[in-house]
Each structure stands twice: as C-alpha cells, then as structure tokens.
Design a protein around this ligand. Structure first.
Ligand SMILES: Cc1cc2nc3c(=O)[nH]c(=O)nc-3n(C[C@H](O)[C@H](O)[C@H](O)COP(=O)(O)O)c2cc1C
Length: 200
C-alpha cells in the first residue's frame, strides 16, 4: 500500500523511536545505539557485526572503526552497507541501507577526543581483524602505545575514523499480535520519501 505524498520524514521518526529506546532502563536495554552492520566483500559475500551508532541526522548514521579491519577494507571496496537495530523491549526493528562515505578528519578527531583514554590507546594497539601471533602481543602493544603517549594527549590514529551511511531505504517494523507485524518501508525519492506498508 503506497501512502500519498507527503509522508513523514523517516529520520524524524527514527529520532523519536531512538529517544524512546534511550529512555528504557539500561538493565533492560543496555546499548540502544548498538546496531548490526552488514558489509560486502570482494567475493560478493556479506559479513555482519555489531557497531555503535555515534550520531544520526539528515545526513545519515555515523559509526567509528579501524579502517584496516575487515569492515573497513570491505567498505573501501564496496561503499554501501546495511544496518539493523533491534530494540526488544519496544518490540521494534529498524533497518536502513545506503551508500557510505567517510566522516571528515575534523569530525573524527572531535569524536576520538571524547573517548576514554584506554579506548584511545586500544585504537592504536589493535591491528583489527588480524591474527594475534604470540599470546601477549596485544598487551605488549598496549604498553608500547602507553609509553609513546605518556604524559601526552592520545591523538587519533590515521587508520581509525568514521563512516556515515546515507539511508536510501529505512524500514520500521513493529510487533503485532498473530505475527501480523507492521512494516513501513520508506524509500528516498529525490528530496523527499515514499512510504509503503509491507506484508509482514
Ligand atoms: C556491543 C558492541 C559494540 C561494538 N562497537 C563497535 C564499534 O563501534 N566499532 C567497531 O569497530 N567495533 C565494534 N564492536 C566490535 C565489532 O563487532 C567487531 O568485532 C570488530 O569491529 C571487528 O569487525 P571486522 O573484523 O568485521 O572489521 C562492537 C561489538 C559489540 C558487541
């Protein structure tokens, strides 16, 4: 069923729902910003993992990561991704898909500066997604980084930054009795959006 124009903006709808998710007690929903992130490798096969959403606005959904890890390499090869949130206490799922671009260095620096020092050190120490050759190598690398930055601010590694997924599709799913769940699929159409209600 296609809803006639104008439909509500799905990003505003996301914001309202996300605010509800953030208001759920953390013992029930510890990380409302956790989302599955699916990327595609050279082979065309998908891979998926959880990352934390660190920003959302009209431009898209932002997350940060090591650029040399598997997802970073896959996003460089195929700059398109899919994300999915599941807020179980709200019985809601939100999915989005779209092209991915890098955040600016300024944006990445600003976010990196807000991270706890141990996370900043960890970002330097981890060769994300690579095998650890000797037990203790990671601890040793952490110690080296701590020594290098002793008494100094830990700057952002050049291989660590953020990506922004600009949604082309956003789907809101809400549980309904009898598995007659509600699905609203928004598709970008130029400067506005269309919305279809889908069979569950
Ligand atoms: C709750 C949670 C949050 C996570 N947040 C991030 C994140 O924001 N960025 C990140 O690179 N990895 C994050 N991870 C780790 C990833 O799931 C993944 O293990 C790691 O990024 C390596 O993925 P890759 O080998 O596909 O690059 C998180 C894991 C969990 C369980």
């Amino acid at each position: 069923m296609r809803t006639p124009y104008p439909v509500q903006n799905p990003v505003s709808r996301f914001h309202r729902l996300y605010a509800q998710a953030q208001n759920v007690d953390r013992s029930i929903l510890p990380e409302p910003n956790a989302m599955s992130l699916a990327t595609v490798g050279m082979s065309g096969n998908p891979s998926v993992r959880i990352v934390l959403m660190k920003g959302v606005d009209e431009r898209g959904f932002v997350f940060y990561t090591n650029l040399e890890g598997r997802k970073g390499r896959e996003l460089r090869t195929r700059a398109f991704a899919a994300i999915c949130f599941h807020w179980a206490p709200l019985e809601v799922q939100v999915r989005a898909e779209g092209p991915v671009t890098s955040v600016t260095d300024v944006e990445a620096d600003e976010y990196f500066a807000t991270r706890p020092r141990e996370s900043q050190v960890g970002a330097w120490a981890s060769i994300q997604s690579q095998p650890i050759e000797q037990p203790g190598d990671l601890i040793d690398r952490v110690a080296e980084v701590e020594e290098r930055f002793a008494g100094k601010e830990v700057t952002r590694p050049p291989f660590w930054s953020g990506f922004r997924l600009r949604p082309e599709r956003i789907e809101f799913w809400r549980s309904r009795p009898g598995r007659l769940h509600e699905r609203h699929l928004y598709r970008r159409a130029g400067d506005s959006w269309t919305m279809d209600t889908l069979y569950p």
